[in-house]
Design a protein around this ligand. Sequence first.
Ligand SMILES: C[S@@+](CC[C@H](N)C(=O)[O-])C[C@H]1O[C@@H](n2cnc3c(N)ncnc32)[C@H](O)[C@@H]1O
Length: 224
Amino acid sequence: MRTKYKPWAVQYLSEHFENQFTLENEELANNLVSFVNEKDTYLEIGPGKGQFILSLASRYPDINFLVCELNKTISGICLKKIDDSGLRNVKLISCDFYKLRDLLKKVQFCGLFLNFSDPWPKKRHTNRRLTSDNFLVEYAKILKLNHYIYFKSDNDKFYEYSKEKFEQYNWKIVYINEDYKDLANFDAETEFESKFKEEGIKIKRLILEKTIDTINNVIEEEKD
Ligand SMILES: C[S@@+](CC[C@H](N)C(=O)[O-])C[C@H]1O[C@@H](n2cnc3c(N)ncnc32)[C@H](O)[C@@H]1O
C-alpha cells in the first residue's frame, strides 16, 4: 500500500498549524511540550492516515494523543483528517521520530503505539525498524515507569524480531496474542489492519511494560 506523492497534501501540511507542531519553529516545538505535559498523553509513531488515533481520540476526550509521521504526503492527509474531525486532543508532528529525541527529553508519555510498522526486511535497513536497538532505548526514556508500548503487526518475521528485541531490553511482556481478532477496549483498527484482516492474515499483538529493569538496562546501554 504505497501512497503516491500528493502535492495537495504536502501543501496542506505546509499551511495548517492549528493541530500541527514542527521542529523548525521554536514556538510550535515548545507547544508540543506543553500539549504533552498538560494531560496524560499517548504517542503513536507512524500513524499513517490517522484512522486509529482519531477513533481513540474521539472515544477518550480527556486524554491527549500525539502522532509522529515521517512521510509528508501521508502527514498532510492525516492532518486534514484531524482538522476536519474538530477534535482538539490529537496533534501531529511530521518528521522522523528519531529527530524528536532532544525535544522529548522534556516530556513523558503514558503509552506508545506501534501499529504495523514497516518491517524493513533487508539486513542493511535493520536500524530503520522502529523496534531496533536505538528506538527501544529512546522509548524507555520517554515512557513513564509501569506504562506500556502497544504493538501490532501482520508480519511474522518482524514480529519475531521485535519480540526478541523487547525481551533483550527487558521490556516485560504483559499481553501476547498471535491471532488477535476482537479489538480490546483501548484499541482501534488501523487502515493496514483492516486490509490484512480481509486477506486472512493473522494479527500479532504485544503489550510491553516499562519496568525498573528496563530502565536499568538502558542506563547500562548508555555507559557502553
Ligand atoms: C506500514 S505504515 C502503517 C500505518 C498505520 N500505522 C496503519 O497501521 O495503517 C507505517 C508508517 O510508519 C511511518 N514511519 C516509518 N518510520 C517512521 C519514523 N522513523 N518516524 C515516523 N514515522 C515513521 C511510515 O511513513 C508509514 O506511514
